[in-house]
Ligand binder design. Structure first.
Ligand code: IFM
Length: 446
């Protein structure tokens, strides 16, 4: 099994960027080194019952110390670009003063990536909010948006020279809704009112930071990364169709509509008015400021039926389908469909697929990991991107999630998403069969 594209695919030309992605908390470890402050995920991990096996980020992949080796690993995969995130709690102290040691770490990393000829895609916020800000209300507190702008100011002033592309946020849905509404991610709060208000403040922070980033880093592209799933009605019944519509509205449209149409979905006013945040005059103009690109993370699809109390409820597909090790259905057709639908509904900026990948039950045998399911997953989804491009969607790049196995949030280290296997005892990295297949695809480009 290989990963291959039609020979005339636009994805095989120099204009298309292929990369691998990671995030700070998931790989860095060294959570108390060099003045790094505590973040909400340190606290969440330390709270019994929140993260599987009581795992935490203190060691992770020890990337903070092994970054030079990791740059060589990235290079050896033959990719064009590396997507990483910066840990806010490494960069500044509680008073907003710069932490030179933290800045130095990212400066060295970025310079080394550039020296290797790699494009750098950097996310400012991939969920590691400093704990002292959560103690003041976190993203439910509007003030946090202004603190984010100060952080963005510092990060882009100090590091902008080596960054090709800045994303303000990774997956506002997860940061706000999983963290403040469903309570399964840090900080673990459980109210729709909190979740939607947190989402609004994250989007506001994004819009407020845009001119600051552009001023400090005029040669970089600036955008934001959303995650989306396609939700199908469990049956042809109109109530199930309604359920799927509400679910997509809450998960997808709630985030893309403010960015591209300066409004929250009208449907919510009718069916879930308590899911609408408090919006101050001028907020929607700030949130909808133009962006250079929209990042899209995609993994799976949902099937929903109507539920009297919650309006929608997840059910399993009635078809014969395949799941990954994290229980997510493999549905590449949903990926191309989602992208094509969005292109019809919105005037999209250039798009990058900033994450896509599979958690598999990988085993190391005689020094090799034969992750055949992940190879098939990547082949299906990369071809789904190609289908969307053929249908007219302007997609400029694709990043596999992830460079290497890492801390998978509430699942701890139990789920492996990497193209490279990490032995957490020895910190040895081994390129899996999927990593080799990805490399072979990239080498096949003219
Ligand atoms: O590991 C995460 C990542 O941090 C954000 N997007 C989804 C991935 C897989 O769950």
């Amino acid at each position: 099994m290989t990963i291959s594209l039609p020979t005339n695919s636009k994805m095989l030309t120099k204009e298309f960027t292929f990369g691998v992605a990671t995030a700070s908390f998931q790989i860095e470890g060294a959570t108390s080194a060099d003045g790094r402050l505590a973040c909400i995920w340190d606290t969440f991990c330390a709270t019994p019952g929140k993260v599987l096996n009581g795992d935490d980020g203190s060691k992770a992949c020890n990337h903070y110390n092994l970054w030079q080796e990791d740059v060589q690993l990235i290079k050896s995969l033959g990719v064009d670009a590396y997507r990483l995130s910066i840990a806010w709690p490494r960069l500044m102290d509680e008073k907003g003063q710069a932490n030179e040691k933290g800045i130095e770490f990212y400066r060295n990393l970025l310079k080394s990536l550039k020296a290797e000829g790699l494009q750098t895609f950097v996310t400012l916020y991939h969920w590691d909010l400093p704990q002292y800000l959560e103690d003041r209300g976190g993203w439910v507190n509007r003030e946090t948006a202004y603190r984010f702008v100060e952080y963005a100011e510092l990060a882009t002033k100090e590091l902008g020279e080596w960054v090709d592309s800045w994303a303000t946020f990774n997956e506002p849905f997860c940061a706000a809704i999983l963290g403040y509404e469903y309570g399964i991610h840090a900080p673990g709060l459980t109210s729709p009112k909190y979740g939607r208000q947190a989402a609004h403040h994250i989007l506001l922070a994004h819009g407020l930071a845009l001119p600051v980033i552009r001023r400090n880093s005029p040669n970089s592209q600036v955008g934001i990364v959303l995650n989306m799933n396609r939700t199908y009605p469990a049956s042809a019944k109109s109530e199930d169709q309604f359920a799927a519509l509400v679910r997509e509205t809450l998960d997808n449209q709630f985030f893309i509509e403010p960015l591209l149409k300066a409004q929250y979905p009208k449907l919510l006013e009718k069916v879930l008015p308590d899911h609408l945040p408090t919006v101050l005059p001028g907020d929607m103009d700030i949130i909808s400021r133009p962006i250079d690109f929209l990042g899209m993370n995609f993994y799976t699809c949902n099937h929903n039926e109507f539920d009297e109390n919650t309006l929608f409820k997840d059910v399993k597909s009635k078809q014969q389908v395949e799941y990954t090790d994290i229980g997510w259905e493999i549905a590449p057709h949903a990926f191309s469909e989602l992208l094509i639908n969005l292109n019809e509904q919105y005037s999209l900026p250039p798009m990058f697929i900033t994450e896509n990948g599979a958690a598999c039950a990988d085993v190391m045998v005689d020094g090799e990991v034969n992750d055949e399911q992940r190879v098939r997953y990547l082949n299906g989804h990369i071809n789904a991107v190609n289908d969307a491009i053929e249908a007219g969607v302007d997609i400029r790049g694709y990043f596999a999630w992830s460079l290497m196995d890492n801390f998978e949030w509430a699942e701890g280290y139990s789920k492996r998403f990497g193209l490279c296997y990490v032995d957490y005892d020895t910190q040895k990295r081994t390129i899996k069969r999927s990593g080799k297949a990805y490399k072979a695809l990239l080498e096949s480009r003219s």
